[in-house]
Design a protein around this ligand. Structure first.
Ligand SMILES: [Zn+2]
Ligand SMILES: [Zn+2]
Length: 400
């Protein structure tokens, strides 16, 4: 593994910083302490800092040996927010805030990008052009990337490409992955209310019972992916919440269904939404029930552009050798870096978090997987992730 020695030397200090961020998790758009810490470190290292994009977002500008005259610029992005969940770990750096936890490793993403910024600030002779380090808020549902874009991220800081990276538990430690095309899915939610006419459960002829209508609808929704979506395309329709009724002898007035839809393309998403609406309205109508149908599109699919994905892959190969770069399997999870990739070419990369052996004594009994209360970021990734960021920026800015 060809790590930059200076990043191996700074790794312990950066790991301490990562653990400090882990101990003080902050939720969507509340990343005040975290963004203060990020901005303070960047300033300490002589990086020009801009704050307030997407409320708590931070952008650091690093100009190379030409003072940025080449006009070439690259964006490297990390997310800073935590999740609203209770941590099971009890080690020293476990969350000090009840009900908040860095269970997705954004503490580690922030730390790896800080390490890279520290290196690049100390080695401006090692690149030409401009590196923007982007620390975004509110990845976990708040659309912090979208808010930074709205606040002029790409107009105030013009760049030709943008890259992001997520740690990935279960992948063999010491490996990385990136691929062209879909990396993560679009994330969407729906709410359907089947509105019947409630009444006495012993007199079904007097009511419009929404329960069997909802039951038919739940099963019918499962025919969309199997019967309407082209078999070689991917899609998920999951009904995850069913709410109805409060007494055994009362037919409820309505049933509420909620759930999620995931796709890799907008075409499949359009098809699924349209079929869901048709099935909901038609099945309700057939039984004399009313239908309320709401469909909300949250995050678009995260689509890597081919050239930038291949470029990132070459840099991974340079650091890890062929055997260290594994095929990237797209995930049906979602990622708001998608909003940045709608604006600029770029790629979302994955860095292995290992299987959990790295966790300190006192970790919870659960698996070390994303959004699990026993998760912890693997600090051993810091020099690798930071080396990747530095080399990616240097190589990309030097490419013609
Ligand atoms: Zn997450
Ligand atoms: Zn995440």
């Amino acid at each position: 593994m060809a790590l930059l020695p200076e990043l191996e030397e700074s790794a312990a200090a950066i790991a301490a910083l990562r653990r400090d961020i882990h101990a003080h998790p902050e939720l969507c758009f509340e990343e005040v302490r975290t963004s203060d810490l990020v901005a303070a470190r960047l300033e300490q290292w002589g990086v020009e800092v801009h704050r307030g994009l997407g409320r708590t977002g931070v952008v650091g500008t690093l100009r190379g040996r030409d003072g940025g005259a080449s006009g070439r610029a690259i964006g490297l992005r990390a997310d800073m927010d935590a999740l609203p969940m209770q941590e099971f770990n009890t080690f020293v750096h476990a969350s000090r805030h009840a009900g908040k936890m860095h269970a997705c490793g954004h503490d580690g993403h922030t730390a790896m990008l800080l390490a890279a910024a520290q290196y690049l600030a100390a080695h401006r002779e090692s690149f030409e052009g401009t590196v923007y380090v982007i620390f975004q808020p509110a990845e976990e549902g708040g659309g912090g990337a979208r808010e930074m874009v709205k606040d002029g991220l790409f107009t105030r800081f013009p760049m030709q490409a943008v890259f992001g990276m997520h740690n990935w538990p279960g992948m063999r430690a010491g490996t990385m992955a990136v691929g062209a095309g879909p990396a993560m899915a679009s994330s969407n939610e729906f709410r359907i209310v089947v509105r019947g006419k409630g009444g006495h459960a012993a007199m079904p002829h007097m009511v419009v019972d929404p329960v069997p209508v909802a039951a038919q609808l739940i099963l019918a929704l499962q025919t969309i992916v199997s019967r309407n979506v082209k078999p070689i395309e991917a899609g998920v329709v999951s009904v995850t919440m069913v709410h109805a009724g409060e007494a055994t002898n009362v037919v409820p007035d309505s049933v509420e269904l909620q759930g999620t839809v995931r796709t890799f393309t907008l075409e499949v998403l359009d098809l699924i939404e349209q079929r869901m609406r048709q099935l909901s309205e038609s099945i309700c109508q057939a039984h004399g029930a009313q239908c309320e149908f709401e469909f909300v599109r949250n995050y678009p699919p995260t689509i890597n552009s081919a050239a930038e994905a291949e470029f990132a892959r070459q840099v991974m190969r340079e650091i890890l050798g062929d055997e260290g770069v594994v095929p990237q399997e797209p995930s049906m999870g979602a990622e708001d870096f998608a909003f940045m990739l709608l604006e600029k070419p770029g790629a979302y990369c994955f860095i292995a978090n290992g299987d959990g052996d790295h966790r300190a004594p006192g970790h919870g009994g659960g698996p070390c997987t994303l959004h699990n209360p026993s998760y912890d970021f693997n600090d051993a990734l810091i020099p690798l992730g930071a080396t990747f960021w530095v080399k990616l920026a240097q190589r990309w800015l030097a490419a013609t």
